[in-house]
Design a protein around this ligand. Structure first.
Ligand SMILES: [Zn+2]
Length: 259
């Protein structure tokens, strides 16, 4: 049995997912570090996917735009496949893509603890769990099974069975996957036009919010951008008592440096 190191404690953020605020747990594990291995900063998201089967006499469900879309009951096999892929694919997409370079002024990740020779950085990990009850879940998300060929407009807190499938928007050079995009929102990330202050976007035009960077996973594609490291910067800052901007992003493994 290895001991859990509580040196940096655990972070529990209780933002409002519906308002696009970060709502997740995180911990910084320094135990894995050595002269070539960084500390792990893991963000944990627990999502309760709520299987929605239409009650007797009901055949539609209102989508995010308020349109009544035909739905039917899930089969057990469809449901198992959906939740399994959701968990796997969102983890695969958001886990292990970023590193944060430890600031020169921060010594608590130096290794070894006595007479340190190296300053370790931070590896940004992500773990999605799909949980069976609403208790302790960061998000409760009804998921409907659309009946036939209909469009169902989803959002961060409402899905359909189509949301794990690829879509191709003419504006984007990469394919779009709703589940990868919506998990970005659960992490607290906004559409590209919000950060860029694109005029149409600030006026409430959603397409203008995507158009600021259509290839981005928070736009209409599946490309990660540097500013998508922000949830981990926020966690690092809160867990270590430093500023978010002190932690600079690396897109490839940044080895511990000699000190
Ligand atoms: Zn969105």
């Amino acid at each position: 049995m290895s001991e859990v190191n509580f040196e940096f404690g655990s972070l529990i953020l209780h933002g409002d997912s519906a308002a696009g605020q970060a709502n997740f747990d995180a911990d910084l594990n320094p135990d894995v570090r050595n002269a070539t291995t960084n500390a792990d900063l893991t963000i944990y998201l627990r999502v309760f996917l709520q299987r929605h089967d239409p009650p007797t006499g009901t055949t539609t469900y209102p989508d995010s735009d308020g349109n009544q879309v035909p739905i039917r009951a899930w089969t057990d096999l469809e449901w198992t496949r959906f939740t399994g892929r959701y968990q796997r694919e969102t983890t695969q997409f958001w886990n292990g893509k970023f590193w944060l370079r430890t600031p020169d002024t921060f010594h608590r990740l130096d290794w070894p603890s006595t007479s340190p020779t190296h300053r370790c950085n931070v590896y940004c990990r992500f773990e999605m769990s799909t949980v069976a009850t609403a208790d302790g879940a960061h998000a409760i998300i009804p998921v409907v099974r659309v009946n036939g060929r209909h469009t169902f407009r989803s959002n961060a807190l409402l899905y359909s069975h189509l949301d794990i499938e690829a879509e191709q928007y003419p504006q984007s050079r990469s394919r779009f996957f709703t589940h990868l995009h919506e998990v970005g929102h659960l992490l607290g990330l906004a559409h590209p036009g919000v950060a860029a202050n694109t005029p149409g976007c600030t006026a409430g035009d959603e397409m203008a919010c995507y158009a600021a960077d259509p290839d981005s996973v928070l736009g209409l594609g599946s490309t990660l951008r540097d500013d998508h490291v922000q949830p981990w910067q926020k966690a690092a800052s809160l867990l270590t008592g430093t500023r978010e901007a002190d932690w600079t992003i690396r897109r490839s493994r940044e080895y511990p440096r000699r000190i």
